[in-house]
Design a protein. Structure first.
Length: 326
């Protein structure tokens, strides 16, 4: 079991399969982003080896992310390898959905259980402006294909950005009347090279909730008031689905955090918003023993920071979101 010095049992690993992406969302990366060479990234066998190692330390829940995980070559085989790893009981993916129309069924057949799809607005023009390159229709087809393939419950993630999509939260929340989905609104966070957009165009959970409730009336608290992952969950009267808020900026959930991240270049990152990392790939390639690697992981987890420092103006400077794995 991997325990940190605050007594939290860390058993949830988010693996970034690549830092590459087929979109360029304005809040995530610059349009001229340069990506890591493939040789610097974990190779397929290294991902599966490290997954087995983490599983042997009690990690039982995996989320595949990126960058965009579906652009990784051999994605279906990687998923199959991870889902068949002893000790892993839950495997899900966060994706922009662009390739889900063709990949949903093969991924489900390979054992993937659920997807979270990022959809920031239901307006095609605004969607293109936010993602720079995306077509909303592709993503919508992807969401429906995921539902058809049983990658459920479907969760949609929307980062809310002032001047881009703050009024679209109402239409997104309204989806829950007709679909048993969870629509999750995410407060934008600042990363390396933080842009004015990331720091000055944040829309808070309170502002989003107010917009939704002024249209549809007060929401009830759902999930018995407990966090669903990192989301605080609410329910519109008569709706089939739920509305969630991931409000890392105004309501951090650090005390309940059970996660660690493995970056695509094989670093164990202990907190999304802190720079502390432990290099696992270099020692692995240099022939470190299983015991040495286990030690690195357990020591790293022990030193997991208590929480982020956004309230004190501390921003992680060593990577942007797509390089960490959101
Ligand atoms: N490409 C996939 C996607 O977009 O879903 C997975 C990787 S993406 C980095 C994971 C999540 O992080 C997405 O839901 C995305 O909207 C969110 N995200 C990206 N940049 C963010 C930022 N600056 N603040 C908050 N969330 C962000
Ligand atoms: Fe790509 Fe996801 Fe970042 Fe958008 S949020 S640029 S889809 S990694």
């Amino acid at each position: 079991m991997a325990i940190d010095r605050f007594g939290r049992n860390i058993h949830y690993l988010r693996i970034s399969l690549t830092d590459h992406c087929n979109l360029r969302c304005v809040y995530c990366m610059p349009e001229d982003m340069t990506f890591r060479p493939n040789a610097d990234m974990m190779q397929d066998d290294e991902i599966l080896f490290l997954t087995r190692l983490f599983a042997s330390l009690g990690f039982d829940k995996i989320r595949l992310t990126g960058g965009e995980p579906t652009v990784r070559a051999n994605i279906v085989d990687i998923v199959r390898g991870i889902t068949s790893t002893e000790g892993i009981r839950s495997v899900s993916m966060t994706t922009n959905g662009v390739l889900l129309k063709k990949l949903s069924q093969p991924l489900a057949d390979a054992g993937l259980q659920r997807v979270n799809v990022s959809v920031d607005t239901l307006d095609p023009d605004k969607f293109h402006r936010l993602t720079r390159w995306g077509k909303l229709d592709d993503v919508w087809d992807g969401v429906l294909a995921a539902e058809q393939a049983g990658l459920t419950p479907i969760k949609l993630n929307a980062v809310v950005v002032k001047g881009y999509n703050e009024d679209d939260v109402v239409d997104l929340a309204a989806l829950t009347y007709d679909h048993p989905w969870q629509i999750r609104f995410i407060e934008m966070m600042p990363f390396a090279g933080a842009t004015d957009l990331q720091t000055q165009q944040v829309v808070t959970m309170a502002q989003i909730q107010e917009k939704i409730e002024s249209e549809f009336g007060k929401m009830e608290i759902a999930n018995n008031g407990k966090l669903d992952g990192e989301a605080r969950v609410f329910h519109l009267h008569g709706a089939k689905g739920d509305v969630g808020f991931i409000s890392s900026v105004t309501h951090p959930f650090c005390s309940a955090c059970t996660r660690a991240r493995l970056t695509s270049d094989g670093r164990l990152r202990l907190c999304l918003l802190r720079e502390k990392e432990v290099d696992l790939l270099t020692p692995l390639r240099a022939g470190a023993t299983l015991e040495e690697l286990r030690h690195l992981i357990l020591n790293g987890v022990w030193e997991k920071p208590w929480g982020h420092g956004l309230a004190d103006g501390v921003i992680p400077l060593n990577r942007v979101m797509s390089e960490i794995g959101g």
